[in-house]
Design a protein around this ligand. Sequence first.
Ligand code: ARG
Length: 430
Amino acid sequence: MTRVALAFSGGLDTTVCVPLLEEEYGYDDVIGVTVDVGQPAEEFDEAEETAEALGLEHYVVDAREEFAQLCLESVRANATYQGYPLGTALARPVIAEAILEVAEEHDCDALAHGCTGKGNDQLRFEAVWRDTDLDVYAPVRELGLTREWEQEYAAEKDLPVEGGSGGDWSIDTNIWSRSIEGDDLEDPSYVPPTDIYEWTDEPTGETEEIEIAFENGYPVAVDVLGSEAPASQSEADASDDGKEMDPVSLVEHLNEVAGAHGVGRTDTMEDRMLGLKVRENYEHPAATTLLNAHEALEGLVLTQEERQFKQQIDNQWSQKAYEGLIDAPLVDALEGFIDETQKRVTGTVTIRFEGGQARPVARDSEYAAYSAAHASFDTETVGKIKQEDATGVAKYHGFQRRLANKAIEKIDGDETVELATDGGNDADEE
Ligand code: ARG
């Protein structure tokens, strides 16, 4: 008896995969696995109903906590790829691992997904699955299926496929981002209608402030300060303590609050792993808010050279996350650096939602690498440091470039002379 575990969503692609795995690949038994990384309830209903209609043995695995934790790790790495906070990318290894576990529990000899041969997700799933001895299949890619063919095949076989919850768009949702692509959006010059967005409202003129507390770079609490700026920080502190929240609730809460202000929309031309460029639209209110707040706190506590070097670390982390290779040894090494820097990323940041932006307007930490007394225009001497001490630095600043520019002048001068002597350039000669 042969059995294959299929990553199953109940959409057209994965639905046609069920009979195809039996007919074309000769499997006796197919089981479907849906992994919960925070998709909307309708998607589970759709998967449940379709599985039932197909007579498919179906399992749902809740991976929300693990996924939310990974999202918060990505905040510590200020992780984005071409402006996109990596929701789909971060979710895929988590989903792939969860499906693998179910497959092993149920003695499957193979794994399958419904990804096409054009996107990133096939690579992310298979990076995890090909670490095992199980066979891996991608029917849509391997049989060269098109959506049109799938629709005809589904009709012919009387498969339970509906229009899909996203209408014309191809949607991928989890707690970190909602991605919208396909159909008219494939034309980069097409302006998306606002109804493609579900998490973000059109920005209104209203503002609101919240305070986010971080511990070691992890956001741990959110405190809504209200729609008007509090008269003083101490008043705000006294009025309401930041509510400690688990990662899932914290992200869901911020998606609501920031989404209502239209925060976190991205419309981008994304360079995929295969080299294709694709037009992508994303919504990610919580991610944008947390990333902005985290970076603001790093700005207060990290030294200039740490911040500069960390950009390279963060870029590498984001690249590996985009590739679905978050378990690469390089990532562990990068996280060594990240852990070290995040020891001081503890404190609070006030974010103001305004005109679709989540703008940091205040930050506070007991580990600030900042001295108000030294930086202030109002103090002349602090400890042993006096304003006039900067004079020496000012004399040396740019010293090498001063000499180098003189050398360049000399060369340019010589060239002019040469040109003048052998070129008969008489314009400015006396
Ligand atoms: N391009 C994005 C990524 O590779 C997201 C793709 C999401 N898929 C979708 N059907 N909308 O991470």
